[in-house]
Design a protein around this ligand. Sequence first.
Ligand SMILES: *[C@@H]1O[C@H](CO)[C@@H](O)[C@H](O)[C@H]1NC(C)=O
Ligand SMILES: *[C@@H]1O[C@H](CO)[C@@H](O)[C@H](O)[C@H]1NC(C)=O
Ligand SMILES: *[C@@H]1O[C@H](CO)[C@@H](O)[C@H](O)[C@H]1NC(C)=O
Ligand SMILES: *[C@@H]1O[C@H](CO)[C@@H](O)[C@H](O)[C@H]1NC(C)=O
Ligand SMILES: *[C@@H]1O[C@H](CO)[C@@H](O)[C@H](O)[C@H]1NC(C)=O
Ligand SMILES: *[C@@H]1O[C@H](CO)[C@@H](O)[C@H](O)[C@H]1NC(C)=O
Ligand SMILES: *[C@@H]1O[C@H](CO)[C@@H](O)[C@H](O)[C@H]1NC(C)=O
Ligand SMILES: *[C@@H]1O[C@H](CO)[C@@H](O)[C@H](O)[C@H]1NC(C)=O
Ligand SMILES: *[C@@H]1O[C@H](CO)[C@@H](O)[C@H](O)[C@H]1NC(C)=O
Ligand SMILES: *[C@@H]1O[C@H](CO)[C@@H](O)[C@H](O)[C@H]1NC(C)=O
Length: 452
Amino acid sequence: MGCCFRSVTKFTTWTCVLVFLLSCFSFSSSEAYDALDPNGNITIKWDVITWTPDGYVAVVTMFNFQQYRHIQAPGWTLGWTWAKKEVIWSMMGAQTTEQGDCSKYKGNIPHCCKKDPTVVDLLPGTPYNQQIANCCKGGVINSWVQDPNNFASSFQVSVGAAGTTNKTVRVPKNFTLQAPGPGYTCGPAKIVKPTRFVSQDGRRVTQAMMTWNVTCTYSQFLAQKTPTCCVSLSSFYNDTIVPCPTCTCGCQNNATQPGSCVDPKSPYLASVVSGSSKNNYAPLVQCTSHMCPVRVHWHVKLNYKEYWRVKVTITNFNYRMNYTQWNLVVQHPNFDNLTQVFSFMYKPLNPYQAINDTAMLWGVKFYNDFLSSAGPLGNVQSELLFRKDTSTFTFDKGWAFPRRIYFNGDNCVMPPPDAYPYLPNTSSRPDVSMLTLMLTLLSSLVFIYANA
Ligand SMILES: *[C@@H]1O[C@H](CO)[C@@H](O)[C@H](O)[C@H]1NC(C)=O
Ligand SMILES: *[C@@H]1O[C@H](CO)[C@@H](O)[C@H](O)[C@H]1NC(C)=O
Ligand SMILES: *[C@@H]1O[C@H](CO)[C@@H](O)[C@H](O)[C@H]1NC(C)=O
Ligand SMILES: *[C@@H]1O[C@H](CO)[C@@H](O)[C@H](O)[C@H]1NC(C)=O
Ligand SMILES: *[C@@H]1O[C@H](CO)[C@@H](O)[C@H](O)[C@H]1NC(C)=O
Ligand SMILES: *[C@@H]1O[C@H](CO)[C@@H](O)[C@H](O)[C@H]1NC(C)=O
Ligand SMILES: *[C@@H]1O[C@H](CO)[C@@H](O)[C@H](O)[C@H]1NC(C)=O
Ligand SMILES: *[C@@H]1O[C@H](CO)[C@@H](O)[C@H](O)[C@H]1NC(C)=O
Ligand SMILES: *[C@@H]1O[C@H](CO)[C@@H](O)[C@H](O)[C@H]1NC(C)=O
Ligand SMILES: *[C@@H]1O[C@H](CO)[C@@H](O)[C@H](O)[C@H]1NC(C)=O
């Protein structure tokens, strides 16, 4: 932070702000703490519904208490280690991936005898007699903000060779959650107050025999070694398009890693993409200087007298991924006066009540909530209209660019602040030109139209 104490030249203050933000990020990435969603977690709740002669039946529910991080296909995988010699007699709404060695059982064979079972959700279309509420979505769970009715996933498990009272039962250990792939760390199971269930007509309340909770938190640092997303910038007042930093997510290195990316003009494109194994979720990206699977472009598009307008474009460079129910989190001080969002859904996020400078944006269902894999259709776009607050608004010092962007909950790498497109210093007020006057006139028309 030494730069803050030197004489303040054109970019130093701005650089300091960014250095500060970056240092916040490096902190958040290693500490599994996300400043924009400080309480975000996935809670796994075990409710023992009944005791059985040799164990219990429990309903296990995963709640995604994260504002903007969802679990997309191929869905979650949950594992744990039994404390004693428990077995799973049967499951509803989910299954273990392996049965394990049940050779000592005769007649009634358990569903799973492994000491460390791994559970996956069932797929949509599972017969009703194998379902329970909130199951069978292929392990896909939406984020809390994006779909408050679809942020949980449940299954029922019948456990044998276990304790049969709240004094003899032992809670499972070492929970692991893949969603999909690494990134989550789960704490120990904690015995909590038994859950109360209210009947549908609200006339009766029942209670679990015993309940324990496990909390899992996400760290981008654990999920992948390299970033997955970058930001490029441009503006109407400067012709320079500031690209994503070179090698943000990897380098195009033909010598040591041929085939680390795909040239879209390659005649073998189709075979490379389809030939890649269906179960491989490592990105297969289009060759670019940044090599990122996703790029977010922020273009400061128009300047009106009282408003200004930004165009945001998200481009998918990954041939191996269709991003379903994608979301974007953007931090910019003018979000407290956001006037209109075109063709994206919007919700303000204000983790620290006082300032609402952070927005969550996501696609409109059946219109642009599907960000198709790399290729001509692999992008979605929107425009944002902000009302100027004369006390803070400026095009100077990169103020019009976002402070921070997340795609699907992962931080996108910004260009270095000294590369930001800046105002030509001949006129510090660009809105005197004839062109801008016309644009301003036009804007009022567009604005009326937009509000009609
Ligand atoms: C998990 O998230 C919920 C909802 O935000 C919150 O109430 C709870 O305290 C969080 N749990 C932990 C352990 O952070
Ligand atoms: C077990 O159940 C008894 C009542 O049946 C209750 O008093 C006790 O607190 C419970 N213990 C635990 C650990 O839940
Ligand atoms: C749980 O995981 C820790 C660390 O990975 C390991 O040392 C411990 O033995 C595991 N416990 C069980 C019961 O598997
Ligand atoms: C356990 O989890 C449930 C569901 O997320 C939550 O309602 C409850 O408050 C949690 N209990 C504790 C003590 O965290
Ligand atoms: C990699 O190969 C492509 C075309 O095959 C070429 O355009 C590019 O310059 C090469 N990159 C390096 C770093 O050699
Ligand atoms: C993406 O979606 C398209 C259209 O639904 C499909 O043809 C393609 O196979 C999907 N790609 C991947 C990698 O899942
Ligand atoms: C700022 O946050 C408050 C509280 O969440 C919200 O009601 C308000 O609409 C937000 N303002 C804007 C301009 O989004
Ligand atoms: C911007 O939003 C803040 C808080 O919502 C409000 O107090 C202020 O008047 C707004 N400014 C303009 C120019 O609308
Ligand atoms: C546009 O911004 C770049 C920095 O990204 C700067 O080098 C260039 O001089 C600016 N152009 C004008 C016309 O000011
Ligand atoms: C504009 O400002 C920059 C940085 O302050 C300076 O390097 C450049 O010479 C200036 N250009 C003109 C035309 O004054």
